[in-house]
Design a protein around this ligand. Sequence first.
Ligand SMILES: NC(=O)c1ccc[n+]([C@@H]2O[C@H](COP(=O)([O-])OP(=O)(O)OC[C@H]3O[C@@H](n4cnc5c(N)ncnc54)[C@H](OP(=O)(O)O)[C@@H]3O)[C@@H](O)[C@H]2O)c1
Length: 254
Amino acid sequence: MKLEHGARRALVTGASRGIGRQIARVLAEDGARVALHYGTQRAMAEESLALLPGTGHVLLQADLADEAQAAALAHRAAEALGGLDLVVNNAGIFIEHPVGQVDAATWAERWRHILAVNLMAPALIIHAARPYLAEAGGGHIVNIGSRGAFRGEPSAPAYGASKAGLHGLGQYMAQALAPDGIFVVNLAPGFVETEMAREALQGERGVATRAQSPLNRVARAEEIAETVRFVVSGRADWLTGGTIDLNGASYLRS
Ligand SMILES: NC(=O)c1ccc[n+]([C@@H]2O[C@H](COP(=O)([O-])OP(=O)(O)OC[C@H]3O[C@@H](n4cnc5c(N)ncnc54)[C@H](OP(=O)(O)O)[C@@H]3O)[C@@H](O)[C@H]2O)c1
């Protein structure tokens, strides 16, 4: 268990907005130097960077749908930060593709694209990051999964499958990387107030979405980030291999 956090070096994917921005903020608050990855939104990534306390943070662009770019990202982060202690696989996409409403070519294209960003990229990033974390004497990997992996995503099955796969990846990596002192935890949020959930939170649909929780609301990105803060604090390493539900009791599983 490492409790010395002063100079931790963290890679957060998808840090240009939403949940990733808040995760980068809490890690920097706790003294980390952060590589903020973004895909297309450079200006928003710069806004995220401006929110971070401390110095030594960097911005890294990569299209995570591209295997070569995904595979290179952890190496670039380690080079920029002088090593890696912490990786948060947060970047993700949600695109609807109802089975009865899209043609076969679109169906196949959506599956390939969503699996590439939400599952293949984290697998490539973990493979590349492992030697750096091991060299640092251990560290943490957090995967931002989804309640959709359990509850079902009938209009976006590739999304649900990608997140179920991501949870599996995290579980298996927790076992494989424990000897290196690397702890791996999945978070499974329900709806969170971000751009990704914008349509589900509008109008009548928004009323129904909020009502899924007996608290009659959805999560704030800050609530997901605070959980990441705890998971990587060094005080919660027995969580490794686990998947934490963050859904306001909107979906219960045993
Ligand atoms: N919001 C929810 O209701 C909810 C619920 C459960 C789980 N989640 C999960 O939480 C994570 C963060 O979601 P969010 O709500 O913060 O989403 P968001 O606001 O839509 O942000 C998505 C982030 O992922 C990046 N990204 C997307 N596609 C990319 C690609 N091909 N290459 C590189 N970067 C890419 C985006 O980068 P650019 O903007 O720079 O392109 C952005 O930083 C995702 O994994 C999502 O599945 C979200």
